[in-house]
Design a protein around this ligand. Structure first.
Ligand code: AMP
Length: 497
């Protein structure tokens, strides 16, 4: 049986008395309790008349019931489509028309807005119900639906910094293969307790983190959101934490973060956005732990990881997971020599089934030999270790020369006057694009002269910022990614004559 849930369910049943979810402000759940809630949610779904392959669009806060709802969808062979809780009704409209769900599960307080938006178009096929309340249906346990490896389990809409958001289709086989690979790669142990403060509408919190705990039927400290104080208070009970770089920088501001406070931790794992070398080394100095950085995305879950045993190198994302392949190639797909920048391409059982109802997009991004063109630029060392230098669309081409923003950001971040930076390209009448540094000052305003002095003998002239802009903070999305598209929009006419 290739339904990924069948594998999870076997573990839940064998570990029924084991703690599954360690919660705040309510009783913890055992695996038996989780299974019971999954069956309850499945009964509710069945009552709505859903069929395998139907999409269920879900826009809900993080809660144990809503984790159970996801697992119930897997169990019934439904296609789970989680949405960022921050999306507006207008954005939701697009996802509804694109995914054509049979069911929308939304927050109570938004249901009016949502149904008002949807009803005129498709009132018959869309039901809005509030998960949680009224869920006291006595569960008639539905059987776990048979699925094949390629059958869809989920569609994850990519954050879509340009154009329409694309639905990445992930199969049961994609989820299962990656969950097994990660729990092996990261040496999951029966005694592990995962701290999960990530959102569960995204690949990181829902698949990467949760699947490691669920597949091994080990406990997960399930925090509704990231709060540095709460996380510090919960860390003593955890052995593994997975987070985005912002989690780590915020925890570094906590005075209680000492080697003693994290002595029991097995590993700190980080991804979804670049971890700076500065954060990596500050974390090591403060805690004695070297953060394990890994690289993934909605379309492929995890591609590469720094090793659990062996050297974790700051500024790199490690090696392809066993059973997967990574290469760095030119635009026409020719592999470039080690040490040269190119497009990162990946292959393996983790690679998605394509973009939902966008076969042309899929064809553009998947090579005939099955390698997916990630859109990230990287460099691979001779031993296969990968480093990311940026998104291809963030590449700046100034006076005909390629400037990789990361290379400039690394030098800027080393300046004592700079807390953090983002380098963008904006239209320039003479150079085509000009390199612009957006910086968050550590203290006083960072001047052009400061930057010129610090970068002058470190970077070629064409890479040096032509303008330095000071901001209080960089715009980031919920996963900690700097939204360079917003910065480009905002400063697009900086050099307009
Ligand atoms: P998403 O589909 O929202 O998970 O975004 C995936 C993108 O996040 C990747 O294509 C990368 O650009 C970025 N990303 C993920 N992990 C890392 C990492 N460790 N370092 C740098 N960028 C990362």
């Amino acid at each position: 049986m290739s339904n990924f849930f069948a594998q999870l369910e076997a573990g839940f049943e064998a570990s029924a008395d084991q703690l599954a979810l360690i919660l705040s402000g309510q009783n913890d759940w055992t695996y038996a309790a989780l299974l019971q809630q999954i069956n309850r949610a499945a009964a509710q779904l069945v009552a709505f008349g859903v069929n395998p392959g139907d999409r269920v669009l879900v826009q809900v806060p993080k809660s144990p019931e809503n984790l159970a709802l996801y697992l119930a969808c897997l169990k019934l062979g439904l296609v789970y489509v989680p949405l960022n809780t921050g999306y507006t009704a207008a954005e939701l409209d697009y996802f509804v028309s694109d995914a054509e769900p049979v069911l929308y599960v939304g927050k109570q307080q938004r249901s009016d807005v949502v149904s008002a938006t949807l009803q005129p178009r498709d009132a018959q096929r869309l039901l809005v119900f509030s998960n949680g309340e009224g869920s006291e249906i006595d569960a008639v346990v539905s059987p776990t639906v048979t699925r094949s490896t390629d059958d869809l389990a989920a569609i994850l809409y990519t954050s879509g910094t340009t154009g329409r958001s694309k639905g990445a289709m992930l199969s049961h086989g994609n989820l299962a293969s990656n969950a097994h690979a990660l729990s092996k790669e990261w040496g999951w142990q029966p005694s592990d307790v995962l701290l999960n403060a990530l959102p569960i509408f995204h690949v990181h919190g829902l698949f990467i983190a949760s699947h490691c705990a669920l597949l091994n039927a080990t406990p997960m400290i399930f925090l509704e959101k990231f709060d540095a104080g709460d996380v510090m208070a919960r860390l003593p009970d955890a052995t593994v934490m997975m987070g985005v770089p912002t989690f780590y920088t915020r925890l570094l501001d906590q005075s209680e973060l000492t080697p003693a406070s994290v002595a029991h931790m097995r590993v700190f794992i980080c991804g979804s956005a670049p971890l700076t070398e500065q954060t990596f080394s500050e974390w090591e100095q403060r805690t004695g732990h070297r953060i394990l950085e890994r690289y993934g995305m909605s379309e492929t879950i995890i591609n590469t990881s720094n090793p659990l045993q062996g050297e974790r190198v700051a500024g790199t994302v490690g090696f392809a997971l066993p059973g997967q392949q990574v290469r760095v190639a030119s635009e026409d797909g020719v592999v470039v020599p080690a040490g040269e920048v190119g497009m990162i391409e990946v292959a393996g059982p983790n690679v998605f089934q394509g973009y939902w109802r966008m076969p042309e997009k899929t064809a553009e991004e998947v090579r005939p030999d099955g390698f997916f063109i990630t859109g990230d630029l990287g460099v691979q060392a001779a031993d296969g270790r990968l480093s990311i230098v940026g998104r291809s669309k963030d590449l700046v081409i100034s006076g005909g020369y390629n400037v990789y923003p990361k290379e400039v950001e690394v030098v800027l971040d080393e300046m004592p006057q700079v807390a953090e930076s983002a380098v963008i390209g904006v239209p320039h009448p003479d150079f085509g694009e000009a390199v612009v540094a957006v910086v968050v000052p550590a203290g006083d305003e960072v001047t052009q002269a400061d930057v010129d002095a610090a970068l002058g003998d470190q970077l070629a002239r064409f890479k040096q910022p032509k303008r330095v802009l000071n901001v209080a903070e960089l715009p980031r999305n919920t996963m900690g990614k700097v939204q360079k598209n917003l910065l480009r929009d905002q400063h697009g006419d900086l050099f307009a004559s």
